[in-house]
Design a protein around this ligand. Structure first.
Ligand code: SF4
Length: 361
């Protein structure tokens, strides 16, 4: 046992109180009605960096379209991305799809039961593998994610940065140390639920926390300052322009390539630009469009301005209608003239969809 970990009486008390609290307080969430590993896996991937309230609708729609591993594996990536559109972090959808294909290929479509086999799937890390196997089969695997990182740091009163190697070692050791012999799935879910609903990032509700008398941070009055945070993110302003080019009633869309923010999704051609105006902007946009698409255009005035954020960038996106003067598409596979009625079938980037709605395409 690690020197800093609590004793057996503390652990027994935590297990008893937490499971009792969860039996009373668990939220009624769609993925809690099943022990099927496929469904739990889908929910875990969707919930990564995404709030429960945003996930529920997507979860139901996704499982109606792809009720099992085989149906997901047989789908096209475009169909998977279309159902994921708006949920963000699209790499998750592509990896989920690739993992379903791997499960069919290696395991005949049955979700694997061995930890290492699950860990081997694209997009699955130690947390996800442990969560799926513990919730589906009560397998004894610990978990550590944003909610439990906060909860554990406070329970221990740990001043280690949880992102550091020493911090990670300590928190994973605690996660393992407190696992009960039975009801592991319930226990792991209860930890995350308590972190999410009671031990919140700001103003944790210690007075209604079942673990209050076990909690070092609460005893020391340090709950607001733990866990210690890494350096805050520095935001950067960025200017971009999108071009709405039309031909015979259709609009030009471009599929985002590998390494871009919305890989696999479609968007209006867009460019990062210095903050320009007038003829300078028109000249720059024309040159960039020619390079990207092979089309000569005459940019018109701005028709809409959107503000949005991706990772650390705060983006101002100005949309310009443009007249196509001449030229041929240089990469027809990833550049397409799309009729407005087909826009609903294609997976669009979040701003691509906003532009299409704003301009009533
Ligand atoms: S007592 Fe407060 S700080 Fe400690 S675990 Fe409970 S909610 Fe979190």
């Amino acid at each position: 046992m690690e020197a800093n970990l609590p004793d057996a009486a503390w652990v027994r008390s935590l297990q008893r109180r937490l499971l009792r609290w969860f039996a009373r307080s668990a939220r009624d969430l769609p993925w809690r009605k099943t022990r099927e590993p496929y469904r739990i896996w889908v929910s875990e991937i969707m919930l990564q960096q995404t709030q429960v309230a945003s996930v529920t609708g997507y979860y139901d729609r996704f499982l109606r379209a792809f009720p099992d591993v085989k149906s997901l594996a047989a789908a096209s990536e475009q169909d998977v991305l279309r159902l994921w559109e708006g949920l963000g972090y699209y790499r998750r959808a592509r990896q989920l799809h690739a993992a379903a294909r791997r499960i069919v290929e290696l395991h005949g479509g049955a979700f694997p039961r061995e930890f290492d086999q699950v860990l081997d799937l694209p997009g699955v890390g130690r947390y996800t593998a442990g969560a799926v196997l513990s919730i589906a089969h009560d397998a004894r695997h610990p978990i550590l994610e944003a909610n439990t990182i906060r909860l554990f740091s406070r329970l221990l009163g740990s001043s280690l940065n949880p992102a550091s190697a020493a911090g990670q070692r300590l928190l994973w050791a605690l996660a393992e140390h407190i696992l009960p012999r039975r009801s592991v799935g319930q226990f792991n879910q209860a930890l995350m639920e308590l972190g999410s609903e009671v031990c919140t990032p700001r103003q944790p509700a210690c007075t209604r926390c079942p673990l209050m008398t076990l909690c070092a941070a609460c005893r020391l009055g340090r709950q607001e300052e733990l866990p210690v945070s890494a350096r805050p993110l520095r935001y950067e302003a960025r200017h971009e322009a999108a071009v709405i080019a039309r031909r015979r009633g259709r609009v030009l869309l471009r599929q985002c390539g590998p390494g871009e923010w919305w890989t696999g999704l479609w968007d209006f051609p867009r460019f990062q630009l210095p903050e320009l105006a007038g003829p300078e902007l028109a000249g720059e946009l024309s040159a960039r469009m020619l390079e990207l698409t092979g089309l000569r255009i005459l940019p018109g005035p701005a028709v809409a301005t959107l503000r949005h954020q991706v990772t650390r960038y705060r983006i101002t996106l100005v949309c310009h209608e443009a007249t196509v003067l001449s030229g041929r598409l240089i990469a027809p596979a990833c550049l397409q003239w799309v009729a407005p009625e087909r826009l609903s079938e294609l997976p669009l980037s979040v701003t691509g969809r906003r532009i299409s709605r704003l301009l009533k395409l």
